[in-house]
Design a protein around this ligand. Structure first.
Ligand code: MTE
Length: 333
């Protein structure tokens, strides 16, 4: 991505980092990796010590639902990215622009209580407590590929609810053609928001067309690997849109607005020629500064990055291509 306070990211930056991650993953060994999958985040005492009270309170609140997670038939059977890598290689500019900054800084974030404002073209606008939003739903586990525009990818077992199930409860009006999402602004807990020359105009915000938001694949995550979301992955409540580049999957959401007009989005305001509104994964449309034909699946193999071909719509074309019938795929970057 691009940010003016630092040199722009290049593909080689990402490669170096993934090689580094590979070595670390190898050192930790396969046994620990699969254990992480089994026990979710109830990991090391050091980690637990960094959790603040609000994290413990939210986990307690959600635990009964986490205990009765439902698997989802559409999950990919691909090898999952180890939890340690999902938690340590992040884009969350509110905590800094380096991939390691969120894991270092996000333990400060207070995630409970958490309120989500729902407004705009809906019959039931309100400030909803997150637990009330989630309460009527059972939680699903969905294993999706996540493809970042920077040409790396992961496979993540998310926990959450389909966005459509939430939207129906808000009773959108016939004027609701787009949905806009907004992330928390709290500079005292988000050091990236205090940066003097940040090119991001906070709050980070994103948008979907209404039919994209209502699509059965569009998911609101409250967890991953069987536990609540780590703060650095967008706790307590984030969007996951698996056929779009990762920057659409906005984290730590505090506001959902239903609109008649297409909203602006954070990255299209920063660099409109590089990051569009649609951001559908497409190997045939290169980023102006690098190819999108392949991706590095993290954490990679023993002897180098695991490079694989990128597929249209990140492999979800059968389900979603019809949403864009008649549109020029080149305009959907
Ligand atoms: N949401 C917010 N609020 N701030 C961000 O910087 N980064 C995006 C997206 N959501 C971002 C965000 C990008 S570029 C990616 S690739 C994904 O989050 C990364 O999600 P992960 O760190 O959980 O893998």
């Amino acid at each position: 991505m691009l940010i003016r306070t630092k040199p722009a990211l290049t593909e080689s930056d990402v490669t170096d980092k993934s090689l580094y991650l590979n070595r670390r993953a190898f050192m930790r060994g396969a046994a620990q990796v699969s254990l992480a999958g089994l026990v979710g985040m109830s990991a090391s005492p050091a980690q637990a010590a960094r959790e603040n009270d609000s994290v413990r309170a939210w986990r307690k609140e959600l635990q009964p639902k986490l205990d009765s997670l439902r698997p989802w038939a559409g999950s990919t059977g691909e090898e999952q990215t180890p939890l340690q890598d999902v938690k340590r290689y992040n884009n969350f500019y509110e905590f800094g622009t380096d991939k390691g900054d969120p894991a270092e800084e996000a333990h400060q974030l207070t995630i409970s209580p958490w309120t989500v404002r729902v407004d705009g073209e809906v019959g039931k606008p309100a400030d909803y407590a997150l637990e009330d939003l989630i309460q009527p739903h059972s939680l699903q586990e969905r294993i999706y590929r996540l493809r970042c525009v920077e040409a790396w990818s992961m496979v993540i077992p998310w926990v959450g609810v389909p966005l459509a199930d939430l939207i129906k409860r808000f009773e959108p009006t016939s004027k609701a053609r787009y949905v806009r999402f907004e992330t928390l602004v709290r500079p005292e807990e988000m050091p990236g928001q205090k940066a003097l020359f940040s090119s991001v105009d906070w709050p980070y915000h994103e948008g979907l067309r209404m039919d994209e938001a209502m699509h059965p694949l569009t998911f609101m995550a409250v967890g991953l690997y069987g536990d609540i979301l780590p703060n650095q992955n967008g706790a307590p409540f984030r969007l996951v849109v698996p056929w779009k580049y990762g920057f659409k999957s906005i984290k730590s959401i505090v506001r959902i607005s239903f609109l008649e007009q297409q909203p602006t989005t954070t990255w299209s305001l920063i660099a409109p020629e590089e990051y569009g509104f649609y951001a559908n994964v497409n190997p045939d449309v290169d980023h102006p500064r690098w190819s999108q034909k392949t991706e590095r699946r993290l954490p990679g193999g023993l002897f180098g990055p695991k490079r694989i071909d990128t597929t249209p719509f990140n492999g979800y074309g059968e389900e979603v291509a019809s949403l864009y019938a008649g549109m020029n795929p080149r305009s959907l970057f």
